[in-house]
Design a protein around this ligand. Structure first.
Ligand SMILES: *[C@@H]1O[C@H](CO)[C@@H](O)[C@H](O)[C@H]1NC(C)=O
Length: 172
């Protein structure tokens, strides 16, 4: 089913199982993805504020500056993926994002993460009904959690874009 070369690293890190079964190439009936065709400005701003706080605040320590996982550096775009793979990608990204935002953080940063975490958690639930796959348990390779967390937060706008792209289907 998947003809497009998802990077092995991405696959490994996100725990995406290839060849996941989408019986009729349709989204599950519990799929509530379409509401994300438009992401409200306030939500996007809250997410971007978190990213900026992280990038320019003191949350990011020396080790995460040096960490350069290629997880979000891809040669392909979500728009080029067939729908089932796109949904799977978004689910994996939402899994990763919520897991990283749930990690303990300094009180000030935790407060900034609250609205984005709610948003991504709700989105993850909405997307779950779309995927009829049974991906393998998530393995995270050898990246440290701090590195994964930094990468995810710094690329969190891409997660929003991928979510919107999956919701837009043909219109992305
Ligand atoms: C996302 O997380 C859920 C719950 O842990 C898991 O069942 C699902 O397979 C994960 N999805 C992907 C694409 O990794």
């Amino acid at each position: 089913m998947l003809h497009l070369g998802l990077s092995p690293l991405l696959v490994l890190m996100l725990g995406v199982s290839l060849g996941a079964a989408f019986p009729h190439d349709t989204l599950g009936k519990d799929c509530r993805l379409s509401q994300y065709q438009h992401i409200e400005r306030e939500q996007r701003q809250a997410v971007d504020r978190m990213r900026q706080e992280f990038q320019f605040g003191d949350e990011q320590d020396v080790t995460t500056h040096k960490c350069n996982t290629k997880l979000f550096h891809r040669k392909w775009k979500a728009a080029n993926l067939p729908m089932p793979d796109r949904v799977l990608l978004v689910e994996a990204e939402l899994n990763l994002t919520t897991a990283m935002l749930e990690l303990p953080a300094a009180p000030g940063f935790a407060e900034v993460c609250r609205v984005p975490l709610d948003f991504f958690t709700t989105a993850r639930e909405a997307v779950r009904g779309c995927v009829s796959a049974s991906p393998e348990p998530c393995r995270r390779g050898s990246e440290s959690t701090a590195c994964l967390r930094a990468t995810t937060i710094l690329h969190v706008l891409q997660v929003l874009d991928d979510l919107r792209c999956a919701a837009l289907q043909d219109k992305c």
